[in-house]
Design a protein around this ligand. Sequence first.
Ligand code: ADP
Length: 233
Amino acid sequence: MISLQNVSHDYDGFDVLREVSLDLHEHRIAFIGANGSGKSTLARTLNGLLVPRRGTVLVDGLDTRRNAVQVRRRVGFMFSDANHQIIMPSVAEDVALGLRGQKLSKLEKADIVAEVLDRYGLLALSNHSAHLLSGGQKQMLALASVLVTQPDILICDEPTTLLDLHNVQIFLDTVRNLSQQVILMTHHLEIIEDYDRAILMDRGQVHFDGSPQDAVAAYRRLIGNREKERTGR
Ligand code: ADP
């Protein structure tokens, strides 16, 4: 489980997270909220990519401030743009990178890579150039490369933003069948209907925390109120 205790962060004095405290234990949790509400910053605190200015993030009791390696092993992270995540020239090499440092023979590694590529529909593309894949294929490769490391928790920061509708569906179906805990940051309200919990962020704070349906309703009210403030009507 990930636990945030009074987490605050600013960029050069500009507050983006303000005293956020949450215990994240449900199987599938979504964070929603307007651009700039702090979702991405919060996402990056969950696997220690970012250590917040104040407060504590615990992953299974491990403080991300002091246990970066163990935390990264438990918590996988997917960016919205898979290009940021693809490192190696070929599809198979990119997935194999996740097994680096593990005490496995070359053959064992090749078997695991082939199994993972098969599971995510990429086996026929093993030797293809990773950077020449389509957007949907790149996102599946990014997912495969994270999951080959067998994290307990998967953080997905806007993973469907760059995908067309068909690939959104494929991606969501794949994520739906994972045994891992999934924590998703998204703008797409329609994709979180069957999530166990949804948290609405606003100006760096938790504005609502509950069912996806209630969170979406709270978001619509919030947008309505902001529009009234803006127009004075
Ligand atoms: P969201 O994911 O909800 O759009 P972010 O966490 O990306 O929110 O951004 C929150 C605020 O922090 C925004 O105003 C954004 O411009 C700012 N911000 C994000 N990353 C940085 C950074 N590396 N340096 C400076 N400001 C940043």
